[in-house]
Design a protein around this ligand. Structure first.
Ligand SMILES: NC(=O)c1ccc[n+]([C@@H]2O[C@H](COP(=O)([O-])OP(=O)(O)OC[C@H]3O[C@@H](n4cnc5c(N)ncnc54)[C@H](O)[C@@H]3O)[C@@H](O)[C@H]2O)c1
Length: 258
């Protein structure tokens, strides 16, 4: 049985990394997937949708741009007649700097892409979610709760996303709209793999990323996607306002040196 059969899922940042793994998992579970992602990534949203299959749709869209998001959601409704879920996954993690070195432009870009995008998808998708009694899923990060060296502005966006998830869950519960977040620690993506190869000692990066997860390895996006499938499905029908760590236990306490 496919647990997302015929659901229409509007997924931001679905052309690469975690989002691409989610797009594949949603499609495998019977959903119609709409991928909204920037043109700057090495594969376009349209190309990914074509690879996924005929019933899926790709839209080039900058989630930090209000009119882009309005157009993408409008196209989705025009094509499918409804939206069952919005997955706010698009995100950037740069710059890698402490706060005092972060420029106004860098700060603003992080806030706009990672956070203001949620305002836009909610603003333009809310009426449809009301009709479908649908759900919203946010891709947060464990660092929004525990912090991270050299990524203060990024972690602030994810801490805010956690707070937003809970407040939105309360505001939208009367409409039977569920709002949840997944919170990964490290996840191997093309971007992360390329970055690792550029570092002076790539194997130490790999060991570090394995070691932060007590379960012993840094996963690929499929583990996040499986949790997302669950949260968007009716099997999670009584779950709202949760920030689900999908982290191999990375948030757990003191550990022995291995
Ligand atoms: N990879 C990790 O280790 C990790 C860990 C925790 C949380 N996350 C979060 O997971 C999400 C996905 O990250 P990833 O690692 O898969 O990244 P990635 O760089 O592999 O992919 C990012 C995706 O977002 C899209 N995107 C970027 N800016 C956009 C914009 N302005 N408008 C529309 N689309 C845009 C890109 O086109 C791409 O599809 C992000 O929110 C990130 O913060 C990642």
């Amino acid at each position: 049985m496919q647990i997302l059969s015929d659901k229409v899922i509007f997924l931001t940042g679905g052309s690469m990394g975690i989002g691409l793994a989610c797009a594949k998992a949603y499609a495998a579970e019977g959903a119609n997937v709409v991928i909204a992602a920037t043109a700057s990534s090495h594969i376009s949203a349209e190309e990914v949708a074509t690879q996924l299959g005929k019933k899926h749709h790709g839209i080039t869209c900058d989630v930090s741009n209000s009119s882009d998001v309005e157009r993408a959601i409008g196209q989705t409704i025009e094509k499918y007649g409804k939206i069952d879920a919005i997955h706010n996954n698009a995100g950037i993690a740069m710059p890698s700097k402490p706060l005092h070195e972060t420029s106004d432009i860098e700060w603003q870009r992080l806030m706009d892409v990672n956070l203001k995008s949620v305002l836009f998808t909610t603003r333009f998708g809310f009426e449809e979610l009301k009709k479908s009694k649908g759900c919203i899923l946010n891709t947060s990060s464990l660092v929004g709760e525990i912090g991270q060296e050299n990524h203060a502005a990024y972690t602030a966006t994810k801490g805010a996303m956690n707070a937003l998830t809970k407040s939105m869950a309360l505001d939208y519960a009367p409409y039977k709209i569920r709002v949840n977040a997944v919170s990964p620690a490290g996840v191997w993506t093309t971007t992360l793999r390329n970055w690792k190869e550029e570092q002076p000692d790539p194997s130490s990066i790999e060991k570090y990323l394995d070691d932060i997860h007590p379960l012993g390895y840094c996963p690929d996006g499929d583990v996040i996607a499986d949790a997302c499938v669950f949260l968007l499905s009716d099997k999670a029908r009584f779950i709202t306002g949760t920030i689900l760590p999908v982290s191999g236990g990375a948030e757990l306490g003191y550990r022995a040196i291995r």
